[in-house]
Design a protein around this ligand. Structure first.
Ligand SMILES: [Zn+2]
Length: 141
């Protein structure tokens, strides 16, 4: 059930998008280059008690947000529960690096995030390739 306080105002959307530089805070694609655009993500989903405050909102492409869903993290190969990368408290460069057209996770938080968000699906890598070629996606971080 949704509460009135779950509502993200147009002003908040704008603030989040601007703070993110109009790019997905997870895979770094710019909203103009994202086929389905970007939207507001609740880092901690409302289902899990997150609310619509700036500290819990991130700018996400539709694809990252779709794969993330209401999840908060995942299980590693060794059975450990690890949270996802949180753009409000984490530094992207401490969890991932860009290598060619791939986003390489450098720790467990990066690994579960990259796997569940499917950062390196072939279609996404090809898209990054094309964007890198015309200077619209970073070649390294
Ligand atoms: Zn994304």
């Amino acid at each position: 059930m949704s509460r009135a306080s779950d509502y993200v105002t147009e002003f908040m959307r704008k603030q989040v998008a601007e703070a993110a530089g109009f790019q997905c805070e997870y895979c770094l694609i710019h909203e103009k280059d994202a086929y389905f655009g970007c939207e507001i993500d609740h880092v901690v989903s409302i289902k899990h008690g997150g609310s619509s405050v700036l500290q819990n909102l991130a700018y996400s492409c539709m694809i990252c947000n779709l794969y993330k869903g209401s999840d908060l993290g995942s299980i590693t190969e060794t059975g450990k529960l690890i949270r996802f990368y949180n753009p409000r408290i984490d530094n992207w460069n401490e969890h991932f690096l860009i290598q060619g057209n791939a986003i390489i996770p450098v720790n467990e938080i990066g690994k579960v995030t990259a796997r569940i968000f499917r950062f390196n699906e072939i279609e996404r890598r090809m898209e990054r390739d094309a964007l890198q070629e015309i200077g619209l996606y970073p070649k390294r971080n």
